[in-house]
Design a protein around this ligand. Structure first.
Ligand SMILES: N[C@@H](CCC(=O)N[C@@H](CS)C(=O)NCC(=O)O)C(=O)O
Length: 197
């Protein structure tokens, strides 16, 4: 399999962490891509976004949630619960984390604009979504024992907030900060840390 990715992409990191946790990373060749600079991914994914996975059969799979679902079916341990209500809870946590990631990407891109082009309303809207998602994660009582799809998705996005200095998210969220302090020491998180590449 081939994974088109970038070291900084939190969505690609989610996929990489899941693959590492499942012992699948040796079967995935990482190929660096730069979707904001070129069009190389579009032949595989019309959205020209990473991560995009190419299976051993040559099929393109995206987005990150679908890639994780595909990889989860290839090996044990299953990191996406099969049974309800655990399944919808885990996938909803993943969706909230991914949504935070979408908002964080917009904040980072908005910050790159020159002063005159800056859209404060757009910026504030995204920061509100990020703040509310972080509050939810802080209250969620995240486990340091279980590291399934929801927890992986949250950890990948918190790493991105740090790497891009999006906001000081630890302020007022001690439970989330303590949780991240523990899970970020996992081998899968250390191996995929953007600051290490
Ligand atoms: N929903 C997608 C989001 C992926 C995404 O936004 N990736 C960014 C990089 S972190 C990207 O490729 N952006 C290129 C663009 O928007 O043109 C997923 O979960 O995979």
């Amino acid at each position: 399999m081939r994974l088109l990715y970038s070291a900084l992409s939190p969505f690609a990191r989610k996929v990489r962490v899941l693959a590492l946790e499942k012992g699948l990373s040796d079967r995935i060749a990482l190929e660096s891509a730069a979707p904001y600079q070129d069009e190389a991914v579009r032949a595989l994914n019309p959205l020209n976004k990473i991560p995009t996975l190419v299976t051993d059969e040559g099929e393109a799979v995206y987005d990150s949630a679908v890639i994780c679902d595909y990889l989860d079916g290839l090996a044990e341990p299953r990191l996406i619960p099969a049974a309800q209500p655990e399944r919808h809870r885990a996938l909803t946590l993943e969706a909230a984390a991914d949504g935070l990631g979408d908002a964080a990407l917009l904040v980072v891109r908005e910050r790159m604009r020159s002063e005159g082009e800056h859209r404060q309303d757009l910026f504030d809207r995204q920061l509100k979504a990020i703040g509310a998602a972080l509050d939810l994660f802080d209250r969620a009582g995240l486990s340091t024992e279980r590291f399934g799809i929801g927890e992986i998705a949250v950890a990948a996005q918190l790493g991105y907030l740090d790497a891009r200095e999006v906001i000081d998210w630890r302020d007022g969220r001690p439970a989330l900060a303590a949780w991240f302090g523990v899970v970020s020491k996992r081998g899968s998180m250390v191996a995929s840390d953007p600051s290490a590449s």
